[in-house]
Design a protein around this ligand. Structure first.
Ligand code: URA
Length: 446
């Protein structure tokens, strides 16, 4: 394997040539073992980004990343294990609501999640905003908890797809994130390693997503589902809109608080539309419903009965989090005073649009995300929207609350919030956030 010459592969890709599966496997293995330096892999990543990878190369990359670590076998845990993965958005706290709902419906959910990335939030950062919550369980504890309570939510361990850990960090700093073969290999290597039987994908499309156009997002969904099916895992992708923040909260603790409200049945809106659609698919794939529609009905019933909320509290308690705080609905112990952003004097009519990408970047600036990989995140920082598109406004009315430790920049933050809003006289046509559904049978063309 050491006979591989990285420069020869870089040049071949730069000239638009193809690599064999064996070359890709060797390249990934050598990089994971520290035998190819970051600068050569960076050059290769950029060459591939510009010249493309074909289906065979993408498949070989995924397999190499998957088998760079352990592939867990959860067959001793009863039930069909189903997970969900989102390609990333703003205000996307769906996993926090979805995992307890699906577990409460009898489908075990083993979930290995990531941290915030760029302008998008990450499930791990949200969970860690709950004081005491631990996401660093080892694999035996992960397995035990799944068997005991039917749901576990942790971060990527050293055993799971180590090649992705290294490659991901390198892509993040070399401008090579938004590339379908890399995103697909990254997501699917982690998901296939975690021991699932089936997978539901939330492929975001729009301004606040990594894939901005519907055509790109459709191609990503097809690639992801194709990889899942190749590994014999029933896989469904929902294509969902990500132009406007999902729900009303952006930021780690604010999103936990909103998730709890949803689990209590207190909030029914765009966020729950996406959550219930994904839950329906998972409950169906997990064999606890005869169709996704029946799965949605079961998901709703688990909220109405309080079982989904009880499952979330159990998850928080078992993973060391302050369950009493979450259950009480009290604010975070390190909460910041809210800074209220009001509608300007000229504003009247309705909110016609809110730019998810702008507010995602702003939330990072407020402290809720990272600019450098090693930056700490502020659990209590973020934005809570008081109005969403389609809702009427009057001059002076609160549009949003901003939470941050950085009090000196509050006027600048407030003007960034305002700049993300659009107002008009006509109520916009609000479309369903579910654009389409892709399975082994193709697109449903909703
Ligand atoms: N999520 C991942 O895990 N990897 C990517 O490349 C993008 C989103």
């Amino acid at each position: 394997m050491s006979s591989l010459n990285p420069v020869e592969l870089i040049v071949r890709k730069r000239e638009g040539g193809s690599l064999t599966p064996e070359e890709i496997r060797t390249f990934v293995n050598l990089y994971t073992a520290g035998e190819i330096p970051d600068y050569q892999v960076s050059a290769f990543l950029m060459a591939a980004f510009i010249k493309g990878l074909d289906d065979a190369e993408t498949a070989a990359l995924t397999d190499s990343m998957l088998f760079s670590g352990s592939v867990l076998d959860l067959s001793d845990v009863p039930g069909t294990k189903v997970d969900k993965h989102s390609t990333g958005g703003v205000g996307d706290k769906v996993s926090l609501i979805l995992a307890p709902i699906v577990a409460a419906c009898g489908v075990p959910v083993p979930m290995i999640s990531g941290r915030g990335l760029g302008h998008t939030g990450g499930t791990l950062d949200k969970l860690e905003s709950i004081p005491g919550f631990r996401v660093d369980l080892d694999i035996p504890a992960y397995r035990r908890q799944l068997a005991d309570i039917g749901v576990v939510m942790i971060g990527q361990t050293a055993e799971i797809a180590p090649a992705d850990r290294k490659l991901y960090a390198l892509r993040d700093v070399t401008g090579t994130v938004e590339f379908i073969p890399f995103i697909s290999a990254s997501i699917m290597s982690k998901k296939l390693a975690e021991g699932i039987d089936a997978l539901v994908l939330d492929v975001k499309t729009g301004r606040g997503a990594f894939m901005k156009t519907e055509a790109q997002s459709r191609r990503l969904a097809e690639t992801l589902v194709g990889i899942g099916l190749r590994f014999g895992k029933p896989t469904v992708a929902l294509l969902t809109r990500m132009d406007v923040p999902l729900g009303r909260a952006i930021g780690n603790w604010p999103e936990v608080a909103e998730s709890v409200a949803c689990l209590r049945g207190e909030q029914v809106d765009d966020l729950m539309e996406v959550t219930l659609a994904l839950a329906g698919e998972m409950i169906w794939l997990g064999g606890q419903a005869n169709s996704p529609e029946e799965g949605i009905a079961r998901a709703r019933a688990s909220i109405d009965s309080g079982e989904a909320m009880a499952k979330f509290i159990e998850l928080v308690r078992v993973q060391g989090g302050d369950a009493a705080l979450v259950e009480s609905g009290a604010n975070h112990p390190d909460a910041h005073e809210a800074y209220v952003v009001r509608a300007p004097d000229h504003a009247r009519g309705v909110v016609t649009d809110i730019d998810a990408l702008a507010l995602g970047h702003l939330s990072v600036a407020l402290g809720a995300g990272r600019i450098r990989k090693e930056d700490p995140v502020d659990p209590a920082a973020g934005i809570v929207l008081h109005v969403k598109p389609g809702e009427a406004i009057e001059a002076g009315q609160p549009l949003a609350e901003v939470f941050t430790a950085d009090r000196t920049n509050l006027p600048g933050f407030a003007s960034s919030v305002l700049a993300a809003f659009r107002f008009g006289d006509e109520r916009p046509q609000l479309q369903s956030l579910i654009v389409d559904r892709f399975t082994a049978d193709g697109w449903m063309n909703l």
